[in-house]
Design a protein around this ligand. Structure first.
Ligand code: F6P
Length: 408
């Protein structure tokens, strides 16, 4: 491979840059001349907006800083490639840019929507006898890519959620029953409850944890929810509940939509989900008279590189390296996967899988892993998720604040 290019797409994570680092590292080991980075994914690529990663990463201090930098260092996008029929000019442009810059391989870090880009481009290349190869590098806090055991980005987000919830539980328990507060914490993840399930990891040795967990895999029943809060209030002086942003009623209506009607919709047709905790906190306050508090972890959960999981950082780097290795072997139209060998002791390897079985497919939390009677997660989930949050990478501090690598 003479030159290659890597792009970032979709919602950022706190370890997505480690995958870019892994791509760069392996490519340089293999003697690739230029490792380009697309600025804002395929959207920037179409404008030939690239950087040469040598300008940043040939310095090992920057390489280490990049691994500690959250969000998309290269810039991200939510851009859906149009279908080929009627849009041949878009595809011709993409391939002419690749040819012009002698780029032999194209790497895209992203979730199920972003893998659609790899599918479209690798299919087009095959049908038009193009030689360039296209590889997907998994990334999403939502952990909803199929086939792979888990997704880089998930472990760090889960670690932030468990840590912050433990702190919220401590705070909320400070007062006596006379000042009972119902704290409702909203967690990202869209239609998959993997991140909200990570609330279960907040439980400590004393057994103190969140009082209830509501995932989008189960239809949400408002009456039962209010009943549960009332029941908990009979014995508890503090109530902390974790809810997914994507919880919905039996007709598919999102709970956050009970508050307002208009929501922005992205290129892949996803509605912006937020406001679930506030909606429920207002309902509980009205129905029970209890003091309530709504917390939306929002961006904080996916940008918290100061508390990222070392396991996650290492795996994010590993999948980047593997993608380059496989592209160099001539593979195309594939995504790198994480293949768990054992949970205790934890061990995981990388593999590759056909992108057609991955793009646009969402993997949900198995219903058998949910304790439906108690609104908690079962041990199967804990055993699955616990190894993914292990380990820390010390941030590099300056003036008391972690440093990041920025694009010039
Ligand atoms: O797909 C990752 C994710 O963080 C989801 O959990 C969340 O619903 C969505 O992105 C938010 O997207 P945006 O930041 O574009 O509003």
């Amino acid at each position: 491979m003479k030159n290659i290019i890597v792009g970032q797409s979709g919602g950022p994570t706190s370890v997505i840059n480690s995958s870019v680092a892994g791509v760069y590292k392996k490519a340089k080991e293999l003697g690739v001349e230029h490792v380009y980075g697309m600025v804002h994914g395929i959207e920037g690529f179409l404008e030939e907006n690239f950087i040469d990663l040598d300008d940043y990463l040939s310095d090992n201090n920057n390489y280490e800083l990049l691994k500690r930098t959250p969000a998309a260092f290269l810039g991200s996008c939510r851009y859906k490639l149009p279908k080929v029929e009627g849009n041949e000019d878009v595809y011709e442009k993409i391939f002419s840019i690749l040819e012009k810059h002698e780029i032999d391989a194209f790497f895209y870090t992203g979730g199920n929507d972003s893998m659609d880009t790899i599918k479209m481009l690798s299919d087009y290349a095959k049908e038009h006898n193009k030689t360039q190869v296209f590889m997907g590098v998994p990334k999403t806090i939502d952990n909803d890519l199929p086939i792979t055991d888990h997704c880089p980005g998930y472990g760090s987000c889960a670690k932030y959620i468990a840590t912050s919830l433990r702190e919220v539980i401590r705070d909320n328990a400070s007062f006596s029953k006379n000042r009972l507060t119902v704290c409702i914490v909203e967690i990202m993840g869209r239609n998959a409850g993997w991140l909200t399930a990570a609330a279960a990891l907040a439980k400590d040795e004393t057994g103190e944890g969140v009082d209830a967990i509501y995932l989008p895999e189960v239809d949400f029943e408002l009456d039962k929810f209010i009943e549960n809060i009332k029941k908990l209030s009979e014995t508890k002086s503090s109530i902390v509940v974790a809810v997914s942003e994507g919880i919905h009623d039996k007709d598919g209506k999102f709970i956050c939509e009970l508050s307002d009607g208009d929501r922005s919709v992205d290129a892949f047709g996803h509605k912006q989900l937020s406001g679930t905790a506030t909606t429920l906190a207002n309902i509980i306050a009205k129905e029970t008279g209890f003091k309530t508090r709504a917390i939306e972890f929002s961006t904080l959960q996916r940008a918290a590189s100061h508390i990222a999981s070392l396991t996650d950082i290492n795996e994010a780097e590993m999948v980047g390296e593997k993608a380059v290795e496989e592209a160099n072997n001539g593979n195309t139209g594939m995504m790198v996967t994480l293949v768990r060998k054992s949970s205790n002791p934890y061990s995981c390897e990388t593999g590759i899988y056909d992108i057609h079985d991955i793009a646009n497919v969402e993997k949900k939390v198995p219903i058998e892993w949910i304790d439906l009677d108690n609104n908690q997660m079962k041990q199967e989930f804990i055993d699955y998720a616990k190894p993914l949050i292990i380990g820390e990478l010390q941030p590099i501090y300056k003036d008391g604040i972690p440093q990041h690598l920025l694009r010039k």
